[in-house]
Design a binder for this molecule. Sequence first.
Ligand SMILES: [Zn+2]
Length: 573
Amino acid sequence: MSSHSPIVVPEGFTLHKENSAYILLPSDNGAFLNTVQEFNRDLSIACIRAWSERNNRDKQAKFLQRQTQLDAKNATRKTKKRKTDGVLVHMDDESTGAQESVGVDPASLDKVKGPDTEYRTHKITILEPLSATGLRSIRYANEIPLVKHVIANDISLDAIAAMQRNVDINGLAPPGHSQSASEQPNPIKDPGDSAGPSAEPRKPTVTVNEGDATALMYSQRTAKTNVDVVDLDPYGTAAPFIDGAVQCVVDNGLLCITCTDLAVLAGNNYPEKCFANYGGMPLKAEYCHEAALRLVLHSVATAAARYGRSITPLLSLSIDFYVRIFVQVRAAPIEVKKLACNTAVYYVCTSCQAWHEQPLGKAIEKANESSGNVNRVYKTTVGPPTAQECEECASKYHVAGPMWSGPLHDREFVKEVLDLVNANPTSFGTTPRMQGMLTVASEELDVPFYFTPAKVAGFFQCNCPSLQDISSALLNAGHSVSRSHAAAGSIKTTASQRDIHDVFRSWIKLHPVKMSNIKEELQADFTRHPKTLTSSVKLVRYQQNPTPHWGPGTRAGGSKRKRSKEGKEESQE
Ligand SMILES: [Zn+2]
């Protein structure tokens, strides 16, 4: 892709290539390029690219709107001037547009309009505070057309040396920065700033910065130093970096966050650690991976709320051994007021997996009769929403959360990303899986959690009905169904747990196993519904069998050193 001179591979290193990027890794210690993470990088490129294009469209629309307003203002000013001069008398006439040019100096019009009479494409700055090898930053600079500048940061000197080498061999160092990164000012100055308004469009650059990730993010908090996108891709939890990230991203900016500590987020062995890191308790049920997403979103939403900022989840995915979320952060104190309404505690039956939602807040809208304005008043909610024992199986409920209870995705955005991938299938190494996962995500119902027929059949000790059987029965009863991207063979539905169990009780009547516990209920209709979920999987919707190096990486012997996802040893914490 780049036109720089051939790459010289230093002794002791091996050259690796992922898509557009070249990476040097030490040959001696068995370092490998984590190809499983290639999916994460591909997906991030598609999402940031789609977002940058949407962001640019929004900015252009606002610019044009401003121009129209200025034009209107100009027209009014001219009218006044002409009226006082006695030049024109029919300014309210329809034909004034044609007469506008009479005696008007175009230069004076420009002055009122300001120097920016033409929209300039908005190119973005991306900050990667935990960059390790720089691979992600290099790919962003190479593969996202609207990128101006990427800041790749790490605290480890070894990582800095590796990043600098890799940025150099990809020809992405800013002019005069290709050797050492030690003299970088802090906060980092955008190299594009020095370019005059008439300068040629610059090639994107990657600046390597050595420093503490949080200190760097705090130093980028002002309007002048804010970045358009922050990408947190740590080994383990992103929790310590979230407070800085929600502040250093620009208004309407994008935050991309990976957490790989699913043992904490989606397990039941470390609830105390989950609460410490994310401010909510994990849950024990087959839908724990969706709860993991909601816990991370809760943590980001509450951190942003402290600074009057509101989040909109654009895409939230549970993938292999990690979660990955893309959220837009907006300075919107009025939206922040709604946060408690988008936050809930859940009561989860650990036996049959039934659950009940307890929202933390509610909004009451009152229309002012004289002004017509709607006032919104926020209140606490009453609860609990259920008895102490499960109505389905009489087991005890466990408390989970608080966690984000709002939508996980912005469906329009997911479709934009999917369109982008479909239009550029050769741009990514993992296109089929991206298409599969984005398709499922774009179709997901906006309701919490999911179930798999296998799990419920296990609870009833009956034969497992197919996905088509169960989804048809739910559809025939008037409920909506979709898959969840988070588990193969899963169903999200608007039906209650009681409704789902009724379907299974009907199933058992038709496919008797043990009749002793079966209640008399309405007979569900298993006739194939036209919208039934099919199990013939044409798309790669879910992960395939684990490939080599599958997993979050392993600690390298004894010390505090860890193996990063890109395969390089690094020290963190
Ligand atoms: Zn139960």
